[in-house]
Design a protein around this ligand. Structure first.
Ligand code: THU
Length: 135
């Protein structure tokens, strides 16, 4: 498992907080930010992008993963998700599945406006993730 250093965690936390300011969330007013650390040491950010057709909303974590992949990443080491809450909030099930596509040992930290921080491995949050090897 790749060790994430304290300076890397704090860069990710700052990036996730900053990204939340760009969230498009006029319906929920719940502005989420995420930052991912890629296997090659890069950082990509995402925010939630809501839609008037509510089901088309995409979470901050999945947008950050898509951006990392579009930038050339093929694996992830860590994800930080920031929510504007008093207690940390964990990623939704869809985001857990998408994160697990890019590494079974991805570390996930959940940060918020309070002092609480939660940290998990993606496999703790999504045991038995769907996976298959195409023929
Ligand atoms: N949201 C995220 O961005 N990440 C999550 O893990 C859960 C929920 C967003 C989706 C929606 O825009 C808002 O939070 C309220 O559900």
């Amino acid at each position: 498992m790749t060790e994430i250093s304290d300076p890397q965690w704090s860069r990710l936390a700052d990036a996730a907080r900053r990204a939340s300011a760009n969230a498009h969330c006029p319906y929920s007013r719940f502005c989420v930010g995420a930052a991912v650390l890629t296997g090659d040491g890069g950082i990509a950010v995402g925010c939630n992008v809501e839609n008037a057709s509510y089901g088309l909303t995409v979470c901050a974590e999945r947008n950050a993963v898509s951006r990392a992949v579009a930038d050339g990443a093929r694996s992830l080491d860590a994800v930080v998700v920031y929510t504007p809450t008093a207690e940390p909030v964990t990623p939704c099930g869809a985001c857990r599945q998408v994160i697990s596509e890019f590494g079974r040992e991805v570390r996930i930290r959940c940060i918020c406006d309070g002092p609480g921080v939660l940290e998990f491995g993606v496999a703790d949050l999504l045991p038995g993730a769907f996976a298959f090897t195409p023929r």
